[in-house]
Design a protein around this ligand. Structure first.
Ligand SMILES: [Zn+2]
Ligand SMILES: [Zn+2]
Length: 404
C-alpha cells in the first residue's frame, strides 16, 4: 500500500532537480528586496562560500558560482526585470541574443566587490565576534516571541562597495609597489646594519591607494551603520542562552565578518500597558523550568477554608486555586501544581512543562472592630480549657502558661 506513493514521489524527483533554483532564494532575499539588501546578501554569501575558504569542496564551489550568477542578474535593473517577467529562460535568451559573454566571471565580480584579486589573500581572516545582551520579559520566555532589535555596527560602505574610491579605482601604491610592506635598513653601529620589515605608511599596508576618496566613507571603505535583526525567543529558552547570527558581526572588505552573538536575559517584571500584559504571571519568578508564586490568605481563609483564587498565567490562561470549608492551610505551605511551570525548551516529544510552586502566606488582622474583637475574645475564652499543647507539637519542654 505504501509502495505506490513512494514510487510516485521518486518519479517526481528528476523533474524537481531540473528546475533551476530561484535567484532570490539563492541569495535568501525577498522578491521586493532593494539594492542594498541584494548587495548585502551577495557580500555575506560570496565570502562564506568562496572556494578559498572551502578548498576542495565541489558543492561549495558550485554554490559560489550560483550566488555570483544570481547577484549578476538581480543587481542590474534590466536583467532583474527580465528575470522577474520571464525567469531563467528569459535570462538565457537575453544573454545569448544581445551580449555574448555578458556573464561575469564570479572571481572578477568578487574582486570588483572587495577590491582585491578575487581571492582572500594569505588564508582567510575572520572578524571578531560581536556580543550583545538583550533582556525580554518572562512572558516572552513562556510564550515564545520574535523580537526586533537594532545595533550599530561596522558595515562595508555601500557607496564605493568597499573600495574606498570615488570612481572604484585603486592604484598600486608607489612607495611599496603594492607589497604593503617595506624593508628598512637601520644602522646599529658603523658597518652593522639591521633589516626591518615595516608596514608601508603611504597605503597603510594595503598595497594600493586611491586618488579620489569615496565621499561617503572618506576612503575608509567601511561606515558605522544601524542594522535591524529579528531575534526569535523560543519557548522555554534558558536565561543566559546565546543566539548566534552567523557572519553578522562587524564587516570589512579585509575579512569574513564574525558572528553576532545575542545573550538573552530576563527583564525586571513590570506591569505592561496592554491588558494581556497585566497578569499575575508577570511577577512569577523563574528557576529553570519551575515557576514560583506567593499567594496571600487571610486568617479566616487559611483556617476555615472555603476560598478560591484565579491566577492569570503568563499567556492569560487561568490557574484555579481553592479549598473547601474546613480545609486548613498552614502558613508557609508550598503547593506544587504540575505542568504549570515553564515550557521545557525544545522538548522532543511534544510540549512539556515544569511545575508552579505556590507558597501560602497568611496575614493576621492588625485591627478589628471592637464588637468583632469582643466576640472573638468571648469565643476564645469559652474554649480556653480545651488546650492545644504547642510544646508537645514542637518538641519543646512543658509550657508554663496556657496557650491556644
Ligand atoms: Zn604602500
Ligand atoms: Zn565609500
Amino acid at each position: 500500500m505504501l509502495l505506490f506513493p513512494t514510487l510516485a514521489f521518486l518519479c517526481l524527483l528528476p523533474l524537481l532537480a531540473l528546475a533551476a533554483e530561484d535567484f532570490y532564494k539563492i541569495l535568501g532575499v525577498a522578491k521586493d528586496a532593494d539594492d542594498r539588501q541584494i548587495k548585502k546578501a551577495y557580500r555575506t554569501l560570496s565570502k562564506k562560500y568562496h572556494p578559498d575558504k572551502n578548498p576542495g569542496d565541489e558543492t561549495v564551489a558550485q554554490r559560489f558560482v550560483e550566488i555570483s550568477e544570481a547577484y549578476d542578474v538581480l543587481s542590474e535593473d534590466e536583467t532583474r526585470r527580465i528575470y522577474d517577467q520571464h525567469g531563467h529562460e528569459g535570462i538565457k535568451q537575453h544573454q545569448q541574443g544581445g551580449r555574448p559573454g555578458a556573464r561575469h566571471d564570479p572571481f572578477d565580480m568578487f574582486s570588483r566587490f572587495f577590491g582585491g584579486g578575487g581571492h582572500f589573500g594569505g588564508g582567510q581572516r575572520r572578524g571578531p565576534t560581536m556580543e550583545v545582551r538583550i533582556s525580554v520579559p518572562l512572558r516572552d520566555f513562556y510564550t515564545g516571541k520574535d523580537h526586533d532589535f537594532k545595533i550599530e555596527k561596522q558595515a562595508i560602505c555601500s557607496k564605493c562597495e568597499g573600495s574606498g574610491s570615488k570612481d572604484g579605482q585603486r592604484d598600486t601604491c608607489r612607495k611599496c609597489n603594492g607589497q604593503g610592506m617595506m624593508i628598512q635598513k637601520q644602522q646599529l653601529a658603523p658597518g652593522i646594519f639591521q633589516q626591518m620589515q615595516m608596514q608601508c605608511d603611504m597605503c597603510g599596508g594595503r598595497g594600493s591607494t586611491v586618488k579620489h576618496a569615496c565621499p561617503v566613507c572618506q576612503g575608509a571603505r567601511v561606515v558605522r551603520e544601524e542594522e535591524s535583526f529579528e531575534l526569535s525567543v523560543e519557548k522555554g529558552i534558558p536565561v543566559g542562552a546565546r543566539v548566534t547570527f552567523e557572519n553578522e558581526g562587524d564587516d570589512s572588505p579585509d575579512y569574513v565578518a564574525g558572528d553576532l552573538v545575542v545573550q538573552l536575559f530576563e527583564k525586571e517584571p513590570e506591569l505592561g500597558s496592554e491588558e494581556s500584559e497585566r497578569t499575575d504571571g508577570t511577577f512569577f519568578r523563574r528557576k529553570d523550568t519551575n515557576l514560583f508564586w506567593r499567594e496571600v490568605l487571610s486568617l479566616r481563609e487559611a483556617w476555615m477554608g472555603d476560598w478560591s483564587r484565579n491566577l492569570t498565567h503568563l499567556d492569560g490562561h487561568v490557574v484555579h486555586l481553592h479549598r473547601e470549608r474546613g480545609h486548613v492551610v498552614q502558613p508557609g505551605t508550598v503547593e506544587v501544581i504540575h505542568g504549570e511551570g515553564m515550557p521545557v525548551w525544545r522538548h522532543e516529544d511534544g510540549p512539556d512543562f515544569g511545575n508552579l510552586h505556590i507558597e501560602y502566606v497568611v496575614v493576621l488582622p492588625d485591627q478589628m472592630e471592637s464588637g468583632m474583637e469582643k466576640d472573638f475574645w468571648a469565643t476564645w475564652d469559652k474554649w480556653k480549657k480545651k488546650r492545644v499543647d504547642l510544646g508537645k507539637l514542637s518538641g519543646r519542654p512543658e509550657p508554663k502558661h496556657d496557650e491556644l
